[in-house]
Design a protein around this ligand. Sequence first.
Ligand code: DP6
Length: 360
Amino acid sequence: MTDQDFILKSYNTNIENGTVKWESPSNIALVKYWGKKAHQIPENPSISFTLSDCKTITEISFAKRDLSTSFSFEVYFEGKKNEAFKPKIQTFFERIETYMPFLRDYHFKIETSNTFPHSSGIASSASGMSAIALCLMSIERSLSEVEVTDKSFNQKASFLARLGSGSACRSIEGELVVWGKNESIPESSDLYGVKFEGDVHSNFNNFQDTILLVDKGEKQVSSTVGHQLMYGHPFAQERFKQAHENLAQLKTILASGNLDEFIKIVESEALTLHAMMMTSMPYFILMKPNTLEIINKIWSYREKTNSKVCFTLDAGANVHVLYPQKEKESVLEFIKNELIRYCQNEHYICDHIGLGANQI
Ligand code: DP6
């Protein structure tokens, strides 16, 4: 597939208006995407667990209008008109217009809300952008003059979501999604996420992710800026190579169910991501003292109990605590007793691996 294959060629705009609605989850990367080329092409492959409960719900109502030179849309967030989200959506429309030539034919009312609190420091761009991409795909499906299979629907939704926010392309399907070309996964692509079709051991069934909200504030450095700092970064090429190797190894680990090896890759990936930030120019640190407190507590709990709990981080101070379903009770007890004191207002969110987005 090339990007040309995603251009909608034959469609009609006989449909005057309509409404579509999707809910789309967030995801947590095990091998991290950090660094990109032009047009949202990743420098290295990544793989993520799709989440289940942390999601964005988006409804788009569309109505025919006279053809114009500009896009026409309005955005509502949690019931209120929201101007702050408009520039990001404007940029998104500009990037995807080539592939969806009907965008100027309609006015769009975009109404969106999250199941997690807005000021939680949880990245909403993955769930948010994937939900919009899916709604637009449903509109495209109704206008298209050729049959759109579910496979090509998901593939193009992921392709579009990537153009909104890279990690969003991993939020269409579940339970594991790979994005970025990697030799060990022949169907993988830089253009869209693909469902991981390799063997997955039952140790990973209903894997748990408890998100500890260490810092709910705005990040000092956005992911987009962080990605840019990988240009000319002294360790970048080694890092990109390492991500390829870690993904290939993780494929074997997912099949064998070896949780000790899983922990090594996942925690090393999280710390490498933050090491890249600390060695960028300008350098920056997104972890907070309580992030480190939590990491140390997890390590000593693991030593004491032989638990298979581990952590990962995204581009912020919050900690994702990952653990097998069969340890749910004991690890939750540990979290409540020893970790929530490090969270802002003792706030945490329990989630688990999920199956992907749903049309509502
Ligand atoms: C650290 O997808 O938010 O979460 O493509 O610029 O929107 P943009 O960046 P974004 O980056 C996410 C980076 C990460 C790692 C990951 O999810 O793989």
